[in-house]
Design a protein around this ligand. Structure first.
Ligand code: NAP
Length: 333
């Protein structure tokens, strides 16, 4: 049987917001899986802001995408053929050969999905976005009951989990987003205490000060730029800042917060994080988040885009805030 995979290649490196012609959909014939390999048909592809960083040719915590080579990322699929005794055809797995429909992968990189949650949840609240939220808030932010937590991009895959865990831990939560509809979900569905539409307020610092009259103790940063500056301004002494992402800066020449010196005077702890450095928390994370989902304490939203051919557009749409919750591409059979 000849196996043809349709896969995306990065054909040119973007400057500013990526354009559709940066991506090429290419057909490649695959070899049948050998010993220790799996043939997998992808069902769900994860669409993530961090992939923008991989489009730049620079050394980082994860290698950049090479031009004219298959792109990758998190995905969920079903095994068609197995060359490894740990897996059988029909098993559903999460793995890292995204941006394509069919893949032959090393079985060591596959994780079986065998719980009751929908499989795509393993790309969202039960996957790396969820772990980033759990570890970044609990280990780095160390929130205490009664403290005030501010989270940016609060209606997104990471932010919405941060907001809910902070509520579960007894904190007062302030969330920002660029959409009134998303803010209504945060306030009405998951009980966020105060919301800010950063696109509408004339002065983000003033809006944050009004939402947090007693200051903020924890800031979970998904946005950087003006959000980080406002958070430093309104932070209390000994506040903890988790620097998870800075999406505002991904498509522009980055600039630092002008009030960075206040970090000294307020003894603020700023800590950057990469989710894969927190794999020691995986079991606790799975247990807690599964329990919160089962107990109705943790909800999530998905924006589902149909068809592999729409993957680049879905990726670009992240930077226009077109997703509510986790951005996913669904592939047909
Ligand atoms: N460090 C790690 O290991 C790690 C792991 C996962 C994710 N991250 C980072 O965490 C952040 C959130 O990721 P995610 O997967 O949960 O994405 P997401 O929040 O689900 O989607 C991105 C959201 O960012 C907001 N946004 C886009 N452009 C913006 C801008 N110029 N200014 C302000 N907000 C903007 C939009 O929401 P609005 O409509 O509300 O503007 C958009 O929906 C990203 O920065 C990502 O890189 C880091």
């Amino acid at each position: 049987m000849s196996l043809v995979s349709r896969q995306y290649h990065l054909e040119r490196r973007p400057h500013g917001i990526p354009e559709l012609d940066c991506f090429g959909l290419v057909e490649r014939t695959l070899d049948a899986p050998g010993h220790g390999e799996l043939l997998v048909r992808n069902e769900w592809l994860s669409v993530d802001p961090y992939m923008r960083g991989r489009m730049v040719d620079q050394k980082s915590y994860i290698p950049p995408f090479e031009l004219n080579q298959p792109m990758d990322g998190a995905a969920v699929g079903v095994i068609l053929e197995s060359g490894d005794e740990r897996f059988a055809p029909g098993d559903r797995i999460s793995h890292f050969a995204g941006w394509r429909d069919l893949a032959v992968i090393n079985a060591d990189t596959a994780n079986r999905i065998d719980t009751a949650a929908p499989p795509q949840a393993y790309l969202g609240p039960l996957g790396f976005p969820g772990l980033a939220a759990y570890a970044g808030l609990l280990r780095l932010g160390s929130p205490k009951p009664g403290e005030t937590v501010f989270v940016s991009a609060a209606a997104g895959a990471v932010g919405s989990v941060v907001a809910q865990i902070a509520k579960i831990k007894g904190c007062r939560v302030i969330g920002s987003s660029g959409s009134d509809e998303k803010l209504a979900w945060l306030r009405d569905e998951i009980g966020v205490d105060a919301v800010i539409n950063y696109r509408k307020v004339p002065d983000l610092t003033a809006a944050l000060r009004e939402a947090a009259p007693n200051g903020i103790d924890v800031y979970f940063d998904n946005v950087g730029g003006g959000h980080l500056e406002a958070a430093i301004e309104v932070a209390n002494e000994f506040a903890r800042f988790t620097l998870c992402g800075m999406i505002e800066q991904y498509n522009i020449e980055p600039s630092g917060p002008r009030n960075i010196m206040a970090v000294i005077g307020k003894s603020i702890r700023l800590e950057g994080m990469i989710v894969t450095n927190f794999l020691d928390m995986w079991e606790d994370f799975q247990r807690d988040v599964t329990g919160w989902i089962d107990g109705g304490k943790l909800k999530w939203q998905e924006t589902v885009v149909d068809g592999l051919e729409n993957m680049p557009a879905a990726f670009i749409d992240l930077f226009a805030g077109k997703n509510s919750g986790k951005m996913l591409v669904k592939l047909s059979d």
